[in-house]
Design a protein around this ligand. Structure first.
Ligand SMILES: *Cc1c(COP(=O)(O)O)cnc(C)c1O
Length: 386
């Protein structure tokens, strides 16, 4: 196990830091490419919000994927990393005018529009620049993904997208706007989805909506099914690369596509999740009355997922061969929720031991904050440490 980390190099680095295994990232990208390429009309975008580390963005761009952005800052980061503007899709319920203007100036491929007022603003800003913006309507398909309540996005109660019953009126409205061109529909039902049945349900819903469009003689070319494929947080070594075959095959099998249709995917977590590890040092081992604590130098400011979503991350003591013992692994932040794991069975801890918090490549470094006036964690790749 320890063999997978360049431990000799870790010793000289200030903790906590993120370590990215770029060999695994490249292997993951190859799998995405191979499995998506089996379907001629599938196009993959990387969801930049999962991790915008420059070195990772460059590797992902080299693999030939487009970018899915949810802010102007992400559009800038994607373009800086060399993603072609024509490969960029832009989603988000609250795009501000500056971000819309930036996207128009850069000539991105498509805006995923989430409301009628947004449609009007894009039309107006595009008009003032003498441009026509490609738009896809983000439809809320009212499908509950079997995932954590805070990361399901496709239910009627969620803030995202346009209700199915509003789809036709919104299309009617778009028709009368001169500076927007409807090119597609967009969906995204949530994240960390491992049940392919959820994606099948999405396909069935999309088929219904496509039938409805055909009946009204409305032609669209692009169907964007969003992202959401999950990773195996329990077994980061055994299942290092997600089952992209099952994922893409689900859409190929269940979507009723026409010749002209292109299917877009926006994968974030499944691409970068497993290649990242948060490496932290044991500051103190504290014996409580009922349990023992391993107090580490990383906190919820470095990796917020456990505090925010009660997310599980596998934790390993990579400095010790001692017998496994139960520890509450906690950070130094002044919040009771600053806990990475309760009663984690890890090798006996001593001050100075390095602890690996696995599967932290997605929604880790990018969500770091400076609460408590802390430094942001650094991110190193395999190549940085040779
Ligand atoms: C977050 C997000 C994604 C990526 O989700 P993952 O679960 O990381 O694959 C894709 N599309 C949209 C619109 C998103 O908001």
């Amino acid at each position: 196990m320890k063999g997978t980390f360049p431990l000799d190099k870790f010793g000289s680095l200030e903790t906590p830091f993120y370590f990215y295994d770029t060999e695994l990232l490249r292997r993951t990208l190859s799998a995405v490419k191979a499995e998506s390429a089996r379907h001629s009309n599938f196009i993959v975008h990387y969801a930049v919000k999962a991790n915008a580390n420059t070195k990772l963005l460059n590797i992902i761009r080299e693999a030939g994927f487009g970018a899915d952005c949810v802010s102007g800052g992400e559009i800038e980061a994607a373009i800086k990393a060399g993603f072609p503007p024509q490969s960029i899709v832009f989603a988000g319920v609250g795009k501000n005018d500056r971000e819309i203007e930036l996207a128009l100036d850069k000539n991105i491929f498509c805006f995923n529009v989430e409301s009628v007022p947004e449609l009007h603003v894009i039309n107006e800003l595009a008009g003032s620049k003498g441009k026509t913006a490609n738009i896809a309507l983000r439809i809320n398909p009212n499908i509950g993904a079997h995932t954590h309540a805070n990361i399901t996005t496709g239910l009627a109660e969620n803030k995202f997208g346009i209700a199915m019953s509003d789809m036709m009126p919104t299309i009617e409205c778009a028709k009368h706007l001169k500076n927007v061109r409807l090119v597609g529909l967009h969906f995204h039902i949530g994240s960390q989805i491992l049940d392919m049945g959820d994606f099948t349900a999405l396909c069935n819903r999309i088929n219904q909506l496509l039938t409805q469009l055909e009946q009204s003689r409305i032609a669209i070319e692009h169907i964007n099914v969003g992202g959401g494929l999950g990773i195996d947080y329990q077994h980061p070594n055994r299942v290092a690369v997600p089952d992209f075959k099952a994922y893409f095959d689900t859409f190929a099998k269940h979507l009723n596509l026409r010749e002209s249709h292109k299917v877009h995917f926006e994968l974030g977590r499944s691409i970068v999740g497993q290649c990242g590890t948060l490496v932290t040092k044991v500051l103190y081992v504290k014996q409580g009355t009922a349990k023992q604590f391993a107090i580490v130098d990383a906190g919820m400011t470095d990796l917020i997922r456990p505090a925010l979503y009660h997310a599980y991350h596998k934790i390993e003591n990579i400095s010790s061969d001692g017998p496994a013992e139960p520890y509450d692994v906690v950070g130094p932040i002044c919040e009771s929720s600053d806990v990475f794991a309760k009663q984690a069975e890890i090798n006996k801890c001593h001050r100075g031991d390095l602890i690996a918090i696995r599967s932290a490549g997605a929604y880790g470094e990018i969500m770091a904050s400076q609460y408590n006036c802390r430094r942001l964690p650094q991110g190193y790749t395999t190549e940085d440490l040779v």
